[in-house]
Design a protein around this ligand. Structure first.
Ligand code: FES
Ligand code: MG
Length: 595
């Protein structure tokens, strides 16, 4: 069965290299100094890294510090030696200017750790939004056997008898705060109620999305994504994950064997059924690039748009993470898609060595209101569309969050039911928006389109989650809750706004958004998937020439060395916001030898 023999283990190059006993002695002695024995390091046991994203700075993933004890037990039980690998912290809510800036930093750091140290396999401790893609990207580049372990969502939050979901309650409560319905104190109470335990966001935000997609890609054990952090099953799956990675080393089952083109197509379909975050295309496109798998935003529309929305979680729906797990979690969603012929590649191999069809073929929802059937979904065609035009080359829209009120206000022209036009109000970054949004002099009315620019990977390094702009307070008081929003930044996965996001090229790359002026008109056609500036080509050409003559679109100076390097090297959102040339380094543990 085993494809790898003890003498083939990568860690042998460090700990038992007959060609260089001097270096073996040097590598070995310091790993003995905390009590490891020569027997553990030299008798042919796989050395398993645990990429540790839990820390006091990273509360979403902090529970991994507990779970890692069970992972270690599993690794040891299966005959391996665990070694914890610290990962640069990436806390979504705590890191300024944005945690997204650190996804690539954590990636780079983990690539060096996995490549440069004596590791035969790795457990990826995923959870909070950017931790999942950062770790999957690093595993993709190094390509040693790897398995992901979700920390699990928080328990359901409750406030005044109703489910209070992470992030989502804040987006809702900020409207009540702006309209004077609640005070600051009540606002903070509502926020705290949504975070009742350890774990990551309990809504279908980027964390639940990415942890679920790590399972849909095949990189977690079946059912591992949705178990809430404090549940006993979370500790048990941690133990099983530790055991399994040791076998994966012997089987030589690597990320490139699991995360194939077919696996990404499956993940795109599952993302639509979940009502997943608009951050998912950025992250999965990035992971794919590091594996050399072609994947772009057209694939998200082609493989995702026609898939129905099955999972009834906030922000698009009603329920939260505990409900999702109890209803069957990711395997129940995949099972439903499989039986309907909507999972494109049932034979894709997963971390347990079995196919998606074998793992999930018999799995079904036990609560049809939380995980709907394909016959009675929450919505048809729930995936993303990829818009193009004079405004940008590519931008993502999650059509599943377009509600009846928005449809009535913007998509109800009988001659042109899927298109709307509007006058733009342009904001240059989040500070500009906060200063001007409530100023009556801006003359914002229900016919306006709010544009956020300077919020892309380069303009606001990492890209800001600020495109989901609320309407001015004077419109909120009139009951106008949502205006169409477009921008080169992102939107929190926990926000339900119908926004056009992740526009590339961004304003800071002098894309079409940089040419806009207040009062210009835009035309958006959701059927043709176009977004155009209603100006002549001559006018656009003249504006571009003037912009370039003026030195291009202006954005604030970098505040740290990493921000500067990031801006110099970063690629656009549609390419995954990866670093220039990084994708040239593939399968490096094998193709570039071992130092
Ligand atoms: Fe960390 Fe949502 S803020 S998971
Ligand atoms: Mg988020």
């Amino acid at each position: 069965m085993s494809k790898i023999r003890p003498q083939d283990l990568r860690s042998r190059k460090w700990f038992l290299n007959p060609e260089n006993m001097e270096m073996t002695a040097l590598y070995l002695e310091r790993y003995l100094n905390y009590g490891l024995t020569r027997e553990e390091l030299q008798s042919g046991k796989p050395i398993i890294g645990i990429a540790q994203t839990g820390s006091d700075l990273s509360p979403c993933n902090r529970h991994h510090l507990e779970l890692t004890k069970r992972v270690r037990d599993g690794i040891i039980a299966a005959g391996g030696v665990p070694m914890e690998v610290p990962v640069h912290p990436i806390q979504e809510t705590g890191k300024r200017p944005t945690a997204m800036l650190d996804r690539n930093l954590a990636y780079l750091g983990l690539v060096e750790a996995l490549y440069g140290y004596p590791l035969d396999g790795v457990v990826l401790n995923i959870g909070c939004d950017k931790t999942t893609p950062a770790l999957l990207m690093a595993a993709a580049t190094v390509n040693i056997p790897a398995i992901a372990l979700s920390v699990g969502p928080m328990l359901n939050g409750w406030f005044e008898g109703e489910r209070a979901g992470s992030g989502t309650v804040i987006w809702k409560a900020r409207e009540r705060l702006a309209s004077g319905e609640i005070n600051d104190e009540q606002f903070m109470e509502i926020a705290a109620a949504s975070a009742p335990s350890v774990g990551y966001c309990n809504t279908m935000g980027t964390a639940t999305t990415m942890n679920s997609l790590a399972e849909a890609l095949g990189m977690q054990l079946p059912g591992a994504a949705a178990i809430p952090a404090p549940y006993r099953e979370r500790g048990q799956i941690s133990y099983e994950t530790g055991k399994r990675i040791v076998d994966m080393v012997w089987e030589d089952l690597r990320p490139s064997d699991i995360m194939t083109r077919e696996a990404f197509e499956n993940a795109i379909a599952v993302n639509s059924a979940l009502g997943g975050s608009t951050n998912a295309p950025i992250h999965l496109n990035a992971v794919a690039r590091h594996l050399g798998v072609p994947l772009d935003n057209d694939d998200w529309q082609a493989h995702g748009h026609h898939i129905p929305l099955l999972v009834n979680l906030q922000p698009a729906g009603t329920y939260l993470g505990e409900d999702f797990h109890r209803a069957g979690g990711v395997p129940a969603v995949i099972g439903a898609l499989l039986r309907a012929g909507l999972l494109p590649n049932p034979d894709a191999i997963t971390a347990n060595g079995q196919s998606m069809a074998t793992n999930c073929g018999e799995k079904a929802s036990v609560n049809d209101d939380v995980i709907r059937t394909v016959e009675a979904p929450l919505m048809q065609n729930a995936g993303f569309i990829n818009l193009k035009g004079t405004l940008f080359d590519s931008a993502i829209m999650k059509t599943s969050v377009i509600d009846a009120a928005f449809r009535k206000a913007y998509l109800s022209n009988p001659d042109d039911p899927e298109a709307f036009e509007g006058r733009v109000v342009v904001f240059d970054g989040p500070e500009d928006y906060h200063h001007r949004i409530d100023d009556p002099a801006e003359n914002i009315d229900a016919s306006c389109i709010l544009v956020m620019r300077g919020a892309g990977p380069k303009g606001y390094p990492g890209g800001a989650e600020v495109v989901n702009m609320r309407a001015p307070s004077y419109l909120l008081k009139q009951g106008i809750k949502a205006l169409p929003c477009i921008g080169d930044g992102r939107q929190s996965g926990t926000s339900g706004s119908p926004s056009i996001l992740n526009a590339a090229p961004e304003a800071a790359d002098n894309g079409g958004l940089a040419l806009l002026r207040n009062g210009d008109r835009l035309r958006i056609d959701l059927n043709k998937c176009t977004a155009d500036i209603l100006l002549s080509d001559e006018e656009l050409t003249a504006r571009r020439a003037a912009l370039l003559a003026d030195g291009g679109y202006k954005y604030p100076a970098s505040q740290s060395p990493w921000q500067q390097y990031f801006r110099e090297l970063v690629e656009p959102f549609d390419k995954g916001m990866t670093l220039r040339d990084a994708a040239n380094y593939q399968d490096i543990a094998r193709s570039r030898g071992t130092p």
